[in-house]
Design a protein around this ligand. Sequence first.
Ligand SMILES: [Zn+2]
Length: 240
Amino acid sequence: MNDETQMPDEQFTEDFRVACHEHGHFFACLSFGISASPVVFIEAERYETNVAGACRLDFLADATPFQKSVIGYAGFLAEHLCGVVPRRASNPFPLRETTLREFWSATETGFEAIFGLSDQRFIASYGNRWLAFKGAYFRIIKKRAKIKRLARHTANEKLAERIEFEKAKKAVEELAKNPPKTIPAAASARILADFIEGLHPNDPRRERLAPALASLRRGVVPELNGELTLTTEEMEALKP
Ligand SMILES: [Zn+2]
């Protein structure tokens, strides 16, 4: 990324799509009284997973096979009903009540390509998938406006988070390229605390260094007129 303050529109759209999907699962759960929490991840690898979002379900053991199947379909349907459909999930039929059966049949044909593994497992919980699909459709269409509002809010939050994340990443890259000559006061405080800890209980330096440690812990290095840094050499000089 070239501009650290701007995120590409596609990323925002993708966050919005994932948020719609997860909120779809969420509202289906809610309709059955199953508590759930939808989340969108900003960096998949941070969560050691290859998915961009998830809907965590509580009390899943209480859900009936039909409910699980409805919940499984709901994420996908929310994407469609909110107008954010990935190309792999495009369908020759419009998603309307009059063509619902045809739409569902086309979905079944591309089932493995369209649905993620955990959604597949949920959907397959119930034998009459057409009934579950219909159940999900009528639940989600009622919540469409709410899903869009919440997903927009989530995508905005993710945008802010991504900008912060990119800035932090850049700062770390910068640090790696130009290792700092100074270390932050907090790190200095830790080093100094360890040093003092290692001294004999009667060592007079314990007392002498105590005020320096206290000010470092407040983020102030008195010798440097309140600057937040202390050189490693200076810290080394404190050692016997
Ligand atoms: Zn899903």
